[in-house]
Design a protein around this ligand. Structure first.
Ligand code: AR6
Length: 175
């Protein structure tokens, strides 16, 4: 699909409209990609996040991006993976859907022809979601809801994720 891009690297370097943060329910920062985003955006991000009253798992909230090169950040809270019996799949799917919903609202408000949004591999770090299953859910959910006016960048920080996404999106095996 021409409007899905797989990129290997650090999401905080991307000059897209929106980057997605894999946050926790407090929205007050943490480790992983969340830690990097807060560190690089600057303390104003934490100040804005404090006013949001957290975010439920599967939902999403938008903030400014401050010192980051992108325009906005959508903070979403992925599920903590236990054994697959706690709605983990549906909750992860909701994260992607709710982020796209907010991105479309942003697109409309700013009268943009195209909105470009970059996702990290939500829940697959500290929250231990199996990487292959998370990749399948991410790509299938996005393929179902994407339209010609959205560009989605899947940002893979780890080589293993890059390989999974290249295979799932482009059907390319890398060795
Ligand atoms: N750019 C892109 N992806 C990254 C980067 C980066 N700079 N750094 C890490 N990743 P995680 P989660 C990838 O743990 O599993 C935090 O403490 C990483 O390789 O960041 O949703 C929050 O506050 C992995 O594939 O998020 C929450 O408490 C992916 O980002 C909790 O972790 C997600 O890993 C959320 O856990």
């Amino acid at each position: 699909m021409k409007n899905i891009i797989v990129f290997k690297g650090d999401i905080t370097n991307l000059n897209v409209d929106i980057i997605v943060n894999a946050a926790n329910e407090t929205l007050l920062g943490g480790g992983g990609v969340d830690g990097v985003i807060h560190r690089k955006a600057g303390k104003e991000l934490l100040e804005e996040c404090k006013k949001l009253n957290g975010c439920n798992t599967g939902e999403a909230k938008m903030t400014n991006a401050y010192r980051l090169p992108c325009d906005k950040i959508i903070h979403t809270v992925g599920p903590i993976y236990r054994d697959g019996q706690y709605n983990e799949k549906q909750l992860l799917e909701s994260c992607y859907k709710n982020c796209i919903k907010l991105a479309k609202e942003y697109q409309k408000e700013n009268k943009l022809n195209i909105v470009k949004i970059a996702f990290p591999c939500i829940s697959t770090g500290v929250y231990r979601f199996p990487k292959d299953l998370a990749c399948e859910i991410a790509v299938n959910t996005i393929k179902k809801i994407i339209d010609d006016n959205i560009v989605v960048v899947f940002v893979c920080y780890e080589e293993i994720d890059y390989q999974l996404y290249m295979k799932e999106v482009h059907n390319i095996e890398i060795d």
